[in-house]
Design a protein around this ligand. Structure first.
Ligand SMILES: [Zn+2]
Length: 217
């Protein structure tokens, strides 16, 4: 079995700070086999760090801002541009042999978000939904995602959505080891999701205040 945090942001995301060394340290500390690197509209760390962290299992990915909400591509070989429609984004991921994941599908705070009708309409392009995410603002978002996924027979992944090292690994997916996207999909059928949400509104308020203080200085 391998334990993977399937959704993290590195310092190449505009709003995150995680370094390659921090990934190594946190994985060692928590007994994780590796991570999927899913930066916002950036493929730099995903491309460069797989080699640097060759002692870990690193899945190169990207969290792409499509016009209709965020879409994660895993097992990518190259960057997918942001700003395309959801369908185009998914097609770009598939063209290069990647897997399509819709992260935090019921995090209602997101301005652009695929609706449940969209998810069902696009289900042939979606490989799995993120059932457990570390930072939806409302606690019910994960329950809703899991209920929806079970009801409509989507497979599910779990990832922390960490933007800093302390949150890395707070949510992870345990699954049989695999090599490549096809085996990954097979393994995901037997996956279990672990961990819980670390972000709450009070945590969010604290971060906004800190940001305001920083910008006021
Ligand atoms: Zn994210």
């Amino acid at each position: 079995m391998v334990r993977l945090d399937l959704h993290i942001h590195t310092k190449f995301s505009f709003d995150a700070s995680i370094t390659a060394e921090e990934i190594r340290e946190r994985c060692r500390e928590l007994g994780l086999s590796g991570v999927a690197i899913t930066d916002h509209n950036s493929f730099e760390a995903a491309r460069a760090w797989a080699e640097e962290l060759s002692d870990l299992k690193i899945i190169p990915g990207e969290e792409v801002r499509s016009r209709h909400g965020e879409i994660i591509g895993l097992f990518l070989r190259e960057k997918v541009p942001g700003g395309l429609t959801a369908e185009e984004t998914m097609a770009r991921i598939k063209e290069q042999g990647g897997l399509v994941c819709v992260p935090h599908p019921f995090d209602y705070v997101k301005l652009h978000r695929l609706s449940s009708t969209d998810l069902l309409r696009m289900r042939d392009f979606i490989d799995f939904l993120e059932g457990l995410n570390g930072k939806p603002r409302f606690g019910g978002a994960n329950d809703k995602a899991m209920r929806f996924a079970r009801e409509h027979s989507f497979l599910m992944s779990g990832g922390s959505d960490a933007h800093s090292a302390t949150h890395l690994g707070r949510v992870y997916t345990e699954m049989p080891d695999f090599s490549g996207p096809q085996e990954f999909m097979e393994s995901l059928k037997a996956a279990t999701l672990h961990g819980d949400r670390y972000s709450t509104w009070s945590g969010q308020l604290g971060r906004w205040k800190a940001r305001l203080r920083r910008s006021a200085r």
